[in-house]
Design a binder for this molecule. Structure first.
Ligand SMILES: [Fe+2]
Length: 292
């Protein structure tokens, strides 16, 4: 079965038509996985998909990331995480709340979970409650950006490891936020600065707002290089801004795409369901752990 695809950006991303993700066959998933490897971002509109189907879809990509317990094998207690400004009692969080500040930290370009022992392969986001305007999620192709990057900048990055820590991206928004235990649970992690897709052979820049230093490089020089490289691959020609409609599903390749949230009127509720899937050796993870 060939998928019906239309491009949503010149360099990456496709909308997939005429498919319901609930009730996906193995053959249908194989086509989706292939499109994921090649196009890096997939958009599906008008999906009827509950939490159980969301979980089942995520499991087809690999092991579901469970931050409550990274070592948990059984996922009976897994609850689908949400990205939202709604508080536990259903009201909208105040703009100065730590919950809102944390959402603001998501407005820095990043890939998910580079601070965890295993980073994410993908995030499957579903729009549950959307705002009338704004609140787009922006995506940047770090694959096309890397392909176009001047050799002089590439040569500084090749064969290097970047150091990542969750508190670093939070400290850029608020010192108070960065000191919360949830952002200091995991020791820093180092990943190679370039991720090669084992299926297509494409390389992509692998850095994020959580990256604070380059191993073997002077602190200031390293953080400047991180900012310059992120700045290069997030130039407007590499960016697709997604305007959410309810029941949209977006699935993207964290190895080849950076993303960030954008602001909205915080008096309006906004809720996305989000499941990250951890990368595996088949996704090229082992090669990211050290220079060799
Ligand atoms: Fe994110």
């Amino acid at each position: 079965m060939a998928l019906s695809l239309t491009a949503i950006h010149e360099r990456f991303g496709v909308e997939v038509h005429d498919i319901q993700l609930a009730g996906l066959t193995d053959e249908g998933f194989a086509d989706i996985r292939d499109a994921f490897e090649r196009h890096s971002l997939l958009l599906f509109r008008n999906q009827t998909i509950d939490d159980a189907t969301h979980i089942a879809l995520a499991k087809r990509f690999g092991a579901i990331e469970n931050r409550q317990d990274m070592t948990l094998k059984a996922d009976a207690d897994f609850k689908v995480p949400t990205v939202s400004n709604l508080t536990k009692n259903g009201t909208v969080a105040d703009e100065s709340d730590l919950q809102t500040l944390n959402l603001k930290a998501n407005m820095l370009w990043h890939c998910d979970s580079t601070f965890l022992p295993i980073p994410a392969l993908t995030n499957i986001l579903i729009a549950r409650t959307v705002t009338k305007e704004k609140g787009h999620t922006e995506f940047a192709t770090s694959r096309a950006g890397w392909a176009d990057m001047p050799e002089v900048m590439k040569n500084k990055l090749r064969g290097r490891m970047a150091r990542h820590h969750y508190a670093h991206s939070r400290a850029r928004i608020s010192e108070e936020l960065s000191k919360l235990p949830e952002f200091n649970k995991w020791p820093e992690r180092s990943w190679k600065t370039v991720w090669t897709n084992p299926v297509t052979g494409d390389e992509a820049l692998y850095l994020a707002s959580h990256a604070f230093a380059i191993e073997g490089m002077d602190a200031e020089e390293g953080s400047q290089l991180i900012d310059e490289a992120l700045g290069f691959v997030t130039q407007p020609e590499y960016v697709y801004a997604h305007a959410w409609r309810e029941d949209d599903v977006v699935i993207w390749d964290q190895r080849a795409v950076l993303h960030r949230a954008t602001p909205w009127n915080y008096n309006e509720p906004r809720k996305l369901s989000s499941i990250c899937v951890s990368a595996s050796s088949e996704d090229g993870l082992d090669l990211m752990r050290s220079i060799g």
